[in-house]
Design a protein around this ligand. Structure first.
Ligand SMILES: C=C(O[C@@H]1C=C(C(=O)O)C=C[C@H]1O)C(=O)O
Length: 193
């Protein structure tokens, strides 16, 4: 049984976080709020030394909070894709995408067989793609798994999630920025990406 390396530590919340909430580190704020393609920004930051490592991609029952976000009935199955995005050979981002069957029909069927092509390259090439609100959360590492170099001492990573609408069908994408990810500035995208 595939175990997910991360689970949400709290509730997903829109921005800005209230003063009583734990605050993300300053250097991550522009990356957590970034509405463009994270893939394109990571490719620029890594000087092109970027790759996707697929941890798992299978038809599953999404988590209750994912079903709620996708307005899915509780017993609906979805294609759950979990990846690590690596920059300069280091794991920079963990991503979990939940793709309902009804969103993977017709022209969107190609999303079923992405392999190690980045989901973002396909989504952001679609002229009609829309992105909903970005919500933030801390994701807690599943300590049953021996995934090294992913979190700081508190076993948590700051993450975000948003729903993409492709041909009016929802896709839920969550990303967590890992301990190796230490950008010196905000996301920048090269002109040719
Ligand atoms: C949505 C994007 O796609 C990225 C690539 C993913 C993948 O290949 O599974 C998942 C989430 C994103 O980090 C993006 O680039 O913004």
């Amino acid at each position: 049984m595939h175990q997910s390396p991360f689970v949400p530590a709290g509730d997903w919340r829109g921005q800005p976080f209230g003063p009583a909430q734990p605050q993300p580190p300053q250097y991550l704020l522009p990356w957590l709020a970034y509405t463009g393609s994270l893939t394109a920004a990571l490719k620029h930051l890594s000087g092109g030394d970027f790759s996707v490592q697929v941890l798992g991609q299978s038809w599953q029952l999404p988590r209750p909070e994912e079903c709620h976000a996708l307005h899915l009935k509780r017993r609906s199955r979805a294609l759950v894709r979990e990846v690590l995005l690596l920059g300069c050979g280091q794991p920079w981002v963990y991503a979990r995408s939940v793709l309902p069957l009804r969103s993977l029909q017709g022209k969107s069927r190609n999303l079923r067989s992405l392999d190690n092509r980045p989901l973002g390259e396909l989504l952001f090439s679609e002229p009609g793609i829309r992105r909903g609100e970005i919500e933030l959360n801390q994701l807690r590492r599943n300590t049953d798994l021996q995934l090294k170099g992913l979190c700081d001492k508190d076993n948590c990573a700051w993450g975000r999630r948003s729903t993409f609408w492709l041909r009016d069908k929802p896709l839920l994408v969550a990303e967590a920025f890992l301990s190796h990810f230490r950008p010196e500035g905000p996301p920048i995208v090269s002109n040719n990406q």
